[in-house]
Write a protein that binds this ligand. Structure first.
Ligand SMILES: [Zn+2]
Ligand SMILES: [Zn+2]
Length: 285
């Protein structure tokens, strides 16, 4: 009977478009002591940067009920990003994704499953699509957007200035994780030796709160949450970074600071859509 076929068709439609787990972002560490952020979709879990010890990672994810990563993607060859990545990849027996430049700059064991990605070519890991874009730093570095086809998150840290094309690259992001490294006046007055101060503020160093402000002024309507990353403990203060970022953003955007250590968990899709998905999954039983 036509009505019965229609009813079955509807059920199939709901099931095929169903996601039990909306895209989520979990920051485990952020800053010069180590960086690690987990992106989790319905079927795939990807760790961006390996700046925490494997056991610390396992314990943190287990406590939160989050899956272990299926792969690790390293943004660049600095120790606070790549330092523990080979050990994590080895212990969890997962592939390690690096750009060719990072592979060249890092001594990686031939026993590891190392896969290279192009710094301008989107690539997929499971049901996640990652789109890199090179950004200026004193090691070959990329910004990444990560999407499950429904929601999108962007992560961009360790860059000295905002290159043309970055704002457009991040335009589709629901959640934006962006470096807000130092306050210019604090760096100026601070204890760092002159060569280090010059490195931080150079076009291949790190973004100041004001540089981040300039990028945040260009976020699109789609972005509902901004996480400030890679804050310098010596040359920045959370309240200064937050105040500067809030000044650039409409009031509807939630702004927070990633802790240097400890979990920060965010659902990437808009809050009303996350609710809709949970209702759908209840309906599907
Ligand atoms: Zn770094
Ligand atoms: Zn770096």
């Amino acid at each position: 009977m036509p009505s019965v076929r229609y009813a079955f068709g509807r059920v199939r439609l709901v099931r095929s478009s169903l996601r039990m787990r909306p895209l989520a972002v979990t920051v485990l560490a952020s800053g010069s002591a180590g960086n690690a952020t987990l992106f989790t979709s319905d079927r795939t879990s990807v760790l961006v940067d390996g700046g925490v010890a494997p056991r610390t990672l396992e314990t943190a994810l287990e406590e939160r009920g989050l899956p272990l990563p299926d792969a690790i993607v390293v943004t660049h060859a600095h120790q606070d990003h790549v330092g523990e990545a080979p050990r994590i990849a080895k212990r969890l027996r997962i592939p390690l994704y690096v750009t060719r430049a990072t592979a060249k700059a890092t001594l990686l064991s031939s026993k590891l499953d190392v896969r290279t990605y192009d710094n301008r070519e989107p690539f997929a890991i499971g049901d996640l699509e990652l789109a890199p874009l090179p950004v200026p730093h004193d090691a070959a570095q990329v910004a990444l957007t990560i999407s499950d086809g429904h929601a999108c998150a962007g992560i961009v840290t360790d860059l000295g200035e905002i290159p043309p094309g970055l704002a457009a690259h991040l335009a589709g992001c629901d959640v934006l994780l962006i470096e807000s490294n130092h306050d210019v006046a604090m760096l100026e007055r601070g204890p760092y030796p002159e060569f280090l101060k010059n490195r931080m503020r150079s076009a291949r160093g790190h973004l100041s709160n004001l540089q981040t402000h300039a990028l945040l002024r260009r976020v699109t309507k789609r972005t509902h949450t901004v996480v400030l990353m890679h804050l310098s403990r010596t040359n920045n203060r959370e309240d200064l970074a937050l105040e500067t970022a809030r000044d650039a953003l409409p009031a509807r955007v939630e702004v927070m600071v990633a802790p240097a250590r400890g979990l920060l968990h965010i659902e990437a899709c808009p809050p009303n859509e996350a609710r809709k998905m949970r209702q759908l999954s209840l309906f599907a039983g």
